[in-house]
Each structure stands twice: as C-alpha cells, then as structure tokens.
Design a protein around this ligand. Structure first.
Ligand SMILES: *[C@@H]1O[C@H](CO)[C@@H](O)[C@H](O)[C@H]1NC(C)=O
Ligand SMILES: *[C@@H]1O[C@H](CO)[C@@H](O)[C@H](O)[C@H]1NC(C)=O
Ligand SMILES: *[C@@H]1O[C@H](CO)[C@@H](O)[C@H](O)[C@H]1NC(C)=O
Ligand SMILES: *[C@@H]1O[C@H](CO)[C@@H](O)[C@H](O)[C@H]1NC(C)=O
Ligand SMILES: *[C@@H]1O[C@H](CO)[C@@H](O)[C@H](O)[C@H]1NC(C)=O
Length: 427
C-alpha cells in the first residue's frame, strides 16, 4: 500500500503533492515522534502531531499478509536450552491474586513515559494477566534466584526504547530484593548501569535502536527521511558490548517508519556522495548480518550467552481486532483472547529475517519470542497515559487519542515483565 502511495508521488497532479502523499509523510513523522517520546529535547517538532489526523494504516507498519514464514520444523530444530517448552503457543489467564513483582511506588527507576498508573490510567487489570504456555509451565520470576544466577555477571540489554522497557522491568523486579546501600543506578545517554553490589552484578542498558550505526543514535533525528544508516558498521556500538556475560538484543520498530531505509556504505563524511534506498526487509537483513558477523567473530560462547528479543507488536489499528469504532489501542482494557491473534503491527518479513540469520550463526542465540504473546495485549500499552515534552499529557491531550495515544510502548509493571519471565527461565 505504501509502495503504491510513493508511486503516486512520481506523477503529482497540478504540481502539488497529492494529499495522500502528504498524509503518509506527516504520519510517518508522527510515528517517528512517538518513538522518541523518551528523548524530550528532540521533540521540538511534536506539534506536527496536531496537524492532521493520521489514518491508522499510515501509522502502523506496512501491512503484510499472514505471517509465519519460518516453519515449525525449523523452530523445533533450534537449540533451545529449555527442552519441550514452546513459549510461543499459549494463552493469557487473568488472576487477580497474582501480585506484580513491583509497583510504580516501590521502584524509583520506571521512566515517566511508561508509568501509566502515575500518569492517570484508571484501570489496572492489565497487571494481572499471566501467560500460560500450552505444554509447560513458565516458571514464576523469583528475584532471589535471579540474583543468585546473575552473581558476578554483567547482563546487558541492547536496543531501542522497547528494550529499555524490558531493562527497567528487570531492574525493578530485582530492586526490592537488594538492601538500600547495596544498589546504585547510573543513567547515561547511551549506557545505563544498575548495580547490585553484594552480588557484584550489573543490569545494563545500551541504546542502539538499529543495532548498527546510524546518524540518529545518540542525537535522535525526528524526521525519518533524514535518517541514514550504516548497515555494515557496528563496532562503534559493539565495543561497549565486549566482555558482557549475558547480551540481550532487539531491533524492529525503528525500521518500520513506512519509508525506505537510507543506507550508506562508508563513513558519514561521504554522505553527500549518496546513499542507497532499500526496502526495510532488505536493509534489516543486511543490518542483522552485520550484527551476526560481529557476534560470531567476537563473542566467546563459553563465556557469553546471547539472546534476541523478537519484535514488539504495535497496536495502531483497532479494526485489526474488530473494534471498528476504536481509536488505536485507546480505552482497551482486555487482551484479545483469540488464539493465534496477529495484527498488522508485526511484520512477518522481518521476523523471518531474524529466524533465518540466527539459525546460521556459529554462536548459539536464544530467541525470546515475545511477538505472539504480546500481540494479544492491546490493553498493555501506555496509550494516553504517557508523556510528551517531558510532561504528562494534559486532559486536553488525553482527550485526543487519535493524535496522542502511544500504542507502541508498554506500561510498567506490565507486558515486559512476562518477557523477562521468559528470559529468567533461560538464566
Ligand atoms: C493465581 O495466583 C495465585 C498466587 O500466585 C496462585 O496461587 C494461584 O494458583 C493462581 N490461580 C490460577 C488459576 O492460576
Ligand atoms: C565482579 O564481576 C566482574 C565481572 O562482572 C569480575 O571481573 C570481578 O572479578 C568480580 N569481582 C569480584 C570481587 O567477584
Ligand atoms: C569452549 O569450550 C570448549 C570445550 O571446553 C573448547 O573446546 C572450545 O575451544 C572453547 N571455545 C572457545 C572459543 O574458547
Ligand atoms: C472510552 O471510555 C470512556 C469511559 O468508559 C467512554 O466514555 C468513551 O466513550 C470511550 N471512548 C472510546 C473512543 O471508546
Ligand atoms: C516466533 O514465533 C512466531 C509464531 O508466533 C513464529 O512465526 C516465528 O517464526 C518465531 N520467530 C523466531 C525468530 O523464531
């Protein structure tokens, strides 16, 4: 669909960009801005969000037909540490007597962006759903056991803001089990480190939204059209990953602006000489290969364990789950319980790239396959209970979910706790 839109752009009527193209551009920008809500200073242009109502399809990643592209045989062949337990197939079960591992009050490290309750979210059922795989029991997260397993180790999450959510969830899940004088937190632009001193363990987050190098890493560029990636270059980031004991990577949503990916071969100094525009799945494959080559050539599998968290679904189009009157994920308070539910916010093409690359790697990589279980959780996003310009949305902004509902990020405590429950089961 987006391809046909850009086709239109090549023969503009009456010398003006057709309206549909304008909408695509403005909405791609809006999509990008939502992603960057964490980087307050870069939000100068978020007034663009007000300009126009964005039909959901322009905000959602490119729609693809039914997804599973890696067939089940291939999945079963993969070297899972957990025998016989397929985390992917299962269901969400509501259980109010199951307490979240932490609260916004008990953990000081939850960014305001995802502190939904503090930001005024009235309902709290979203905290009490439990993922139950069909054929096995997903062990409950036990902070004392987790700390014991992390003793003397560095655990580092690497990726985008979704990955940062998983990192905060992990920190908070452990937080109250560490005495006050035995923990510390240092937040940085690209590297943040939480330390559990008595265990000599660190839980770290490294910001690299594409994993590979781009001109929009530390100083985020709001306009996706201006972003340029160096798909074959990763060492600037990767030098910070050396020596880590447990590496957990992700990258997905930044590739999904709906635009082609500008790819530069060589240094940014040569940017004028031109870049190549590639379709997202192609660029993604090249970028992930660069990542895989780094892992295979640098990581010693006897010392370091490598994980990859699959794509975190976005829920921008309520008609996906049959709520034709809805606005994105706004007001949703229950998961979609239909088995195997899959919406337009998860691009199966990128998933199959992950599958095929990981399968061929020398260093074993455990895939934390969160996509299916998160697909159900239309109720778990921050929606309008988030921040913009460093401030919680005001009532007027909250009343305008069409422009302001963030259906990419997840409330904490919430869905990312389950991602960590899976990671925990591998530790
Ligand atoms: C609900 O959670 C409680 C506390 O963790 C547990 O004891 C109980 O078995 C759970 N109920 C179901 C139906 O899973
Ligand atoms: C603490 O952990 C680091 C690795 O994260 C290790 O190099 C160091 O020797 C450990 N120190 C002690 C006292 O165990
Ligand atoms: C990892 O350990 C195995 C068995 O101890 C050994 O054969 C192999 O050379 C080691 N690999 C590396 C990269 O150190
Ligand atoms: C959202 O929920 C509120 C309260 O239940 C209701 O008044 C409002 O109409 C709902 N809005 C939409 C768009 O569903
Ligand atoms: C993750 O699970 C989905 C099914 O929900 C499957 O289609 C996909 O291939 C899996 N991805 C990987 C990388 O294993």
């Amino acid at each position: 669909m987006l391809a046909s839109q850009s086709h239109l752009a090549m023969k503009p009527s009456k010398g003006k960009l057709p309206f549909s193209v304008m909408v695509v551009i403005v909405c791609a920008l809006a999509f990008a801005l939502i992603l960057y809500a964490e980087d307050v200073k870069s939000l100068a242009r978020s007034s663009m969000l007000k300009l126009k109502s964005c039909p959901a399809q322009y905000l959602a990643p490119a729609h693809t037909a039914k997804t599973p592209t890696v067939d089940e045989e291939e999945i079963d062949e993969r070297d899972y540490d957990l025998e016989e337990c397929d985390m992917v197939k299962g269901r969400w079960v509501f259980n109010r007597s199951r307490k979240p591992l932490y609260t916004e009050e008990s953990c000081p490290y939850i960014d305001r962006q995802v502190s939904c309750h503090t930001n005024g979210r009235p309902d709290d059922d979203y905290r009490y759903w439990e993922w139950q795989p069909d054929n096995c029991v997903l062990p409950r997260f036990d902070a004392a056991v987790a700390l014991e397993r992390l003793k003397g180790k560095r655990l580092m999450f690497v990726g985008d803001s979704l990955q940062r959510g998983q990192w905060m969830s992990m920190v908070c899940s452990l937080y109250s089990h560490i005495p006050p004088d035995q923990k510390s937190m240092k937040r940085g632009h690209s590297l943040s480190i939480f330390q559990a001193k008595e265990y000599n363990a660190t839980i770290e987050f490294y910001w690299a939204p594409f994993l590979v190098e781009s001109n929009s890493d530390i100083k985020v560029i709001g306009d996706p059209k201006k972003r340029i990636l160096r798909l074959d270059s990763i060492s600037k980031h990767a030098q910070h990953w050396i020596g880590v004991d447990i590496l957990v990577f992700n990258t997905y949503v930044w590739w999904m602006s709906g635009l082609k990916i500008k790819s530069l071969w060589g240094s940014f100094a040569n940017a004028e000489e031109g870049y190549e525009e590639l379709d997202a799945p192609i660029a993604y494959r090249i970028g992930l290969r660069t990542w895989a080559n780094w892992v295979d050539s640098t990581v010693n599998p006897n010392k370091t364990r490598v994980f990859f968290t699959t794509m975190s679904p976005t829920h921008m189009r309520s008609s996906d789950w049959g709520n034709d009157k809805g606005i994105r994920c706004y007001n949703e308070t229950r998961p979609v319980l239909k088995r195997g539910y899959w919406g337009s916010g998860s691009d199966g093409r990128l998933m199959s790239v992950v599958g095929s690359i990981v399968k061929r790697m020398k260093v074993p990589v455990s895939v934390i396959n969160i996509t299916q279980l998160s697909e159900h959780r239309i109720d778990g996003h921050t929606s309008v209970y988030t921040e913009t310009h460093g401030k919680v949305l005001n009532d007027e902004q909250k009343a305008d979910p069409l422009h302001n509902a963030d259906c990419i990020h997840w409330c904490l405590p919430g869905v990312p706790d389950t991602w960590n429950q899976i990671l925990y089961s591998y530790l």
